[in-house]
Design a protein around this ligand. Structure first.
Ligand code: NAD
Length: 286
């Protein structure tokens, strides 16, 4: 079956949802954006408007494209109304399995039977989500990166029961948004977090062992491997607490020692040194 995606519903208008709605509307799709919170929906639409204004002032988007994208965007208060005619539903609600299960159950009840259901989860198992649904073969992961309108990567996550046509349609959708997708089989941390966190944890162990300073470990990757930013500085930007919880999750799910959080990470988090957001992490940001 050839999949046709023209109408998209985005569930959750937060950090990720508003960005996904924006890039889809800009790519010429009809987009319904819904949020459980009226205030969050208003904020999401304002963010889209502001991003598009900025795009126009930087010459990335024409005034006409901006106007057309906004005309294609439909804020919705009811999930049922948002998904009723959707070819693709992308959920970007908070990262809680029970919440995603509940939202997808509502979607399955109201969306067309052949709609593709995508989750923007950054860590939960797509296969586990599929097991709670009546049409698991229509479900796929579409993992965007923050900020959505700037980051080119999309991980298309193939759950164990995802239909190949659905995976191919998700790839084509990401490309239509101007993204550069990769396809990953459902596994903890997908490709991006698993590799990125492995590098970060090893850099922390090297720092603990006194192999080199944080600056020099980062410089080794920046100059020697052309990473735009070293793994310790990147951890400071992401947040040490965020990285710790991903490491704990990967350690538990993969049972691999290399994901056991290093002492230095636990200690800094316990001291409230969470990186840039608190002014101190592996670096002093003040
Ligand atoms: P967020 O908290 O910024 O936004 C979530 C929105 O969902 C909120 O506005 C909330 O009101 C709304 N919401 C809650 N329950 C809802 C419901 N039942 N129906 C409709 N809307 C509902 O969260 P976020 O950072 O955008 O994350 C969303 C998802 O994207 C999570 O799964 C997260 O793991 C994933 N993700 C986040 C990032 C990131 O950098 N923030 C990156 C990649 C993936």
């Amino acid at each position: 079956m050839r999949e046709r995606i023209e109408r998209v519903a985005v569930l959750g208008a937060g950090t990720m949802g508003h960005g996904i709605a924006q890039v889809a509307a800009l790519a010429g799709l009809d987009v319904a954006l819904v949020d459980a919170s009226e205030a969050a929906l208003t904020r999401g639409v304002e963010n889209i408007r502001r991003n598009l204004d900025e795009g126009v002032s930087r010459g990335k988007v024409t005034a006409e494209q901006r106007a057309e994208a906004l005309a294609r965007l439909r804020p919705e208060r009811s999930l049922g109304a948002a998904v009723r005619k959707a070819d693709l539903v992308v959920e970007a609600v908070p990262e809680r399995f029970d919440l995603k299960v509940q939202v997808f159950a509502e979607v399955e009840a109201d969306a067309p039977a052949d709609a593709i259901l995508a989750t923007n989860t950054s860590s939960l198992s797509v296969t586990d989500l599929q097991s709670t649904l009546r049409r698991p073969e229509r479900v796929v992961g579409l993992h965007f990166f923050n900020p959505v309108h700037i980051m080119r990567l999309v991980e298309v996550v193939r759950g164990r029961r995802s239909d190949e046509g659905v995976v191919a349609a998700a790839v084509a959708f990401a490309q239509r948004l101007g993204k550069d997708p990769i396809v990953v089989n459902d596994a903890p941390g997908f490709a991006s977090s698993r590799l990125g966190v492995a590098l970060g944890l090893e850099a922390m162990r090297m720092l603990e062992e006194g192999v080199a300073s944080a600056e020099d470990i980062d410089k080794a990757m920046e100059l020697g491997y052309r990473h735009p930013m070293g793994p310790l500085k990147l951890t400071d930007l992401v947040g040490l607490d965020v990285r710790l919880s991903i490491a704990e999750y990967l350690h538990e799910k993969l049972g691999a020692e290399r994901f056991r959080p290093p002492e230095i990470l636990r200690r800094l988090v316990a001291e409230g040194k969470l990186g840039k957001k608190t002014g101190q992490g592996f670096y002093n940001w003040e």
